[in-house]
Ligand binder design. Structure first.
Ligand code: NGQ
Ligand code: ZN
Length: 450
């Protein structure tokens, strides 16, 4: 049985030295700090960290990332960006979605993400009809995960309406729509897969897109151990429309009408008041933050400092994929708090005063919970880990406790060198085995699309 030997390894409670471990059936086993290296051990001389969880992705949006940065209108907003995004949606084929997802999943692995929650709502043909196999598009993104080797929580999205109070969907949304029965059938069709790297969850696009009856029916009908994701309060308009419809703000509505719990991932809980923050932390629902996309779309700043003070949970996602860098997401999450409060070092706790260490470990563990997996380097957890190249002078001179702060706050290059998912090496020296073919297919796809 193969043993690995890591000179430095980040356990859930901090850095350990000279750690021997095994991978058995894709999971960490027999983790022994302060060991001696044995003759046939695989020596990991670069520091070993848990892989990061990317708790929110729309893979197809990678095709347009960076192409919506031209002012078309002085009132450009989230909503005008959405119109451009619907323009892309109108064109995509299952083959193109497969090529794009392969490409962005390789970028994720290179960035150090080993698990992605894919919030998948592009279900149907361009005319809005289901494909002969209604799971065709979902299988495109799942097969891209299998092909690239990233762990994936597939979140097929229920989307039926265009606004609060079951307003009819608009022309740009036809490829997203399900009635409840068809959605439940899709979930059933996708649920037979047996793979340590793949699981599944329940997903409502937003409170704009579903009815209360649909939410309660799905929670009733689908497995209770599946996570539940939703876009909740990204834009002020969404909060105002929800208030006009229900006299409640979105998070308050969800908590009072449905009931929050630790199964929920509230993506972009950007606009919350104090009582909503209290409900989120009490329930241990996970807040899904996508700092670079939220900045790109002009969403606003989530009060993460207050959530953490109340013992709440949060993780990061790359959402529209304007950025695939763990360091940049963590840095912007912290910097948003600093800019707003005009103070330094906002996101940490009394056991872990280093912002980089604190946020990295928190986003691994709470992000994992949002995917219903136990993440982090511990016995029994899936063996997802990355090896950092610390030969660069600023990292080489740092103590282990400083590596994450140096990386997250002051690296101008990506130090992620090797990446393993369920014990399989998927990135070696920064490269993926299928990278050339995947890049060629992406180039071909973009030529067709643009
Ligand atoms: C989405 N993206 O579904 O891709 C959304 C925009 C909407 C983000 N929320 C569309 N970042 O919320 O209606
Ligand atoms: Zn989203």
């Amino acid at each position: 049985m193969t043993y690995y030997f890591a000179d430095h390894l980040l356990l859930t409670n901090g850095w350990a030295k000279q750690v021997r471990f095994q991978v058995i059936n894709g999971r960490f086993a027999n983790l022994q700090p302060d060991s001696q290296m044995q003759q046939h051990d695989i020596h990991l001389s670069k520091p070993v960290l848990p892989g990061m969880v990317n708790l929110h992705s729309h893979a197809f949006q990678r095709a347009m990332a960076g192409l919506a940065e031209v002012s078309l209108n002085p009132a450009d907003s989230f909503w005008s960006w959405r119109d451009l995004m619907y323009g892309l949606v109108a064109k995509l084929t299952p083959e193109q979605v497969y090529s794009i997802a392969n490409f962005v999943y390789v970028e994720m692995l290179q960035a150090g993400y080993t698990q992605v929650a894919e919030f998948h709502y592009l279900h149907h043909q361009a005319n809005g009809q289901a494909f002969d196999n209604p799971a065709t598009m979902a299988l495109s993104v799942r097969q891209a995960a299998q092909n690239t080797g990233i762990g994936q929580t597939l979140l097929p999205v229920l989307y039926s309406y265009s606004g609060f109070g079951s307003q009819p969907a608009n022309a740009g949304q036809q490829r997203f729509l399900h009635i409840l029965d068809d959605y439940l059938r899709l979930q059933e069709d996708l649920s037979s897969v047996q793979d340590l790297r793949l699981n599944q969850g329940i997903c409502f696009h937003s409170l704009r897109a579903v009815s209360k009856h649909q939410i309660t029916s799905c929670l009733e009908a689908l497995p209770k151990h599946w996570p539940v994701h939703i876009h909740i309060a990204e834009q002020q308009k969404e909060v105002h429309d929800c208030l006009a419809w229900s006299q409640q703000r979105p998070v308050a509505w969800l908590d009072q009408e449905i009931g929050l719990s630790d199964r929920w991932c509230l993506v972009h809980a950007t606009h919350v008041d104090a009582s909503e923050l209290e409900a989120i932390s009490r329930s241990q629902a996970i807040v899904g933050l996508c700092p670079t996309t939220e900045a790109n779309l002009g969403d606003g700043i989530f009060p993460a400092t207050e959530l953490i003070a109340r013992g709440g949970r949060l993780g990061i996602g790359s959402d529209s994929h304007v950025c695939l860098s763990v360091a940049e997401e963590i840095r912007l999450l912290e910097y948003g708090q600093r800019l707003e409060q005009q103070q330094r070092n906002r996101l940490y706790n009394q056991h872990e005063p280093s912002v980089g260490n604190y946020l990295y470990q928190k986003c691994v563990s709470d992000g994992g919970a949002s995917c219903a997996i136990n993440s982090g380097i511990a016995e029994g957890n899936r063996a997802d880990f990355i090896c950092l190249d610390v030969s660069y002078p600023t990292l080489a001179s740092a103590q282990p406790e400083q590596w994450l702060d140096r990386w997250c706050f002051a690296s101008n290059h990506n130090p992620v060198n090797d990446v393993y998912v369920a014990g399989n090496q998927v990135i070696k020296d920064g490269q993926h085995k299928q990278q050339d073919a995947i890049h060629a297919a992406m180039s071909q796809c973009l030529k067709q699309l643009l």
